[in-house]
Design a protein around this ligand. Sequence first.
Ligand SMILES: Cc1cc2nc3c(=O)[nH]c(=O)nc-3n(C[C@H](O)[C@H](O)[C@H](O)COP(=O)(O)OP(=O)(O)OC[C@H]3O[C@@H](n4cnc5c(N)ncnc54)[C@H](O)[C@@H]3O)c2cc1C
Length: 509
Amino acid sequence: MSLLDRRTVLIAGVAVTLAGCGDSKETGSTSTPGATAPTSTTPPPSTTVPTTTPSSTPSTSAPTLTSTAPNWNTFASSLKGRVYLPSTSGYAAAHQLFNPRWDSVRPTAVVKAANPADVQKAINFARTNKLVLVPKSGGHSYVGASTIANGLQLDVGALKDMSYANGVLTVGAGARLYDVHAFLDRYGRSLPTGTCPTVGVAGLTLGGGMGIHTRTYGLTCDRVVSMSVITADGKAHNVSASAESDLFAALRGSGGGNLGVVTSFQFATIPATKLGFFRLAWPESQAAAVVRGWQKFAQSAPTTAWGNLHIDAKSNGTLSIRVLGVSTTGDATAAAAQLESFVGVKASDRTLSVKSHLEAVRYLGGGTTSPRQGFLAGSDVLKGPMDAATITGLLGAVKAAARAGTPASAILDPLGGQASKEPAGGSLWPWRGALAVVQWYSSAQGKPAQTFIANGHRAVRSSSAGGYVNYLETGRAVSSYYGGNVAKLQAAKKKYDPTNFFHTPYTLS
Ligand SMILES: Cc1cc2nc3c(=O)[nH]c(=O)nc-3n(C[C@H](O)[C@H](O)[C@H](O)COP(=O)(O)OP(=O)(O)OC[C@H]3O[C@@H](n4cnc5c(N)ncnc54)[C@H](O)[C@@H]3O)c2cc1C
């Protein structure tokens, strides 16, 4: 491979020479998909979160482990992909995540892998040079876990090839959700996923993956039939229910960045059917009744029915109370009526519609792409229905934010149905028996957002079993994301990453 560009850069006080790997790689014009500002400005109407501005000081960092200057020239020459050092043209875009609050975290280098062999080489290089390595797929980590100061960010975004045969999707770990849906739509197929079009399939799947199909078909991770993963020793594994089933089950729910770098997934797809939608809204005076009724709906609606409850602080100090519902039967009339009967009060605003698979994907995602957003968020997994005092506390937490002028939402996603069942092949996603996940979300900066999230946690403490690993928070015990599966996950970590190579404040140990 020819070395077409050389420039001297200073990294960690050591002057090294950067060598690029080819003509097109030396222009520095390649942008990171999640780092560019897409055109859509429509706020997603569902589990996705409002437009925001950057928030408080990032805490993503790793111990500085570099002892001698790594030989970047030799490493870069060995790759089909590309290495970005801080002085490389394109580094600024290459290291960005979806949330701009992590822009100030500057990895020692960004490696954009072009194939699984590059992933292996990057892991081996980082291990040899005692660099902490974090994988990045879609870059949507809530805590910036896919970037790292004094470490190597391994971007698998270019591994996004897809193929489909006999109901099974094979997809590279770097694919984004909209691209997956658009591809599957050609075959009349779909996949249960989250709604944000730019979320990466890898991060979403490894942490579970909740969305409108959760109750009918389970979590995204439940549909995985096999995965190709490269572990800390640089070895490639193809794991499934019948091959290294302990690693397979652990990857299905442990969250990204813990046990290895997944390079591709095989998923059992679902039919891409038309979907019935409802949107129901009530005045704030009915808020407690709506929460009670929604809890009954989450407990006893048919598995074809799903609906998430949004309690939003409005800028005038009041609350907006609404449920966005979906029926996989194609008609949401009965589901909407059932929810209204559980609430005991007719909705003040009511819309029903039917959408094709791809129309639904675009509607839920606010388009085909999503602009970068700054936010602070957290979660609680609800063990079961909240009692009256807890509901009052939850509503009070959002109301306090509304009164303080803090943009804030509590978004409650139901579990149950197929998500309550252990999938074939096993999974260590810990919340099979839970009722719902409540997300505390704020676009505010610093303290106001932190206060809202802390108030939310406090309000539902008696009903909370822990947190959802795809909604990581700083300062929270890692074990709180794993419920009763902590010991099993730690055993898998010890077996497949005995030196704790994949190590950040958010990983298992
Ligand atoms: C706007 C928005 C909407 C969202 N909507 C939903 C939703 O509807 N449902 C839902 O369940 N979640 C949702 N999420 C949460 C989302 O699922 C998680 O943030 C997820 O981890 C993001 O995956 P990613 O690949 O985009 O992120 P990344 O930041 O790239 O990765 C997340 C974690 O996985 C690791 N990782 C990345 N790639 C790999 C790999 N190939 N192998 C191993 N580890 C890897 C990273 O190191 C990091 O720790 C949403 C997030 C945002 C920001």
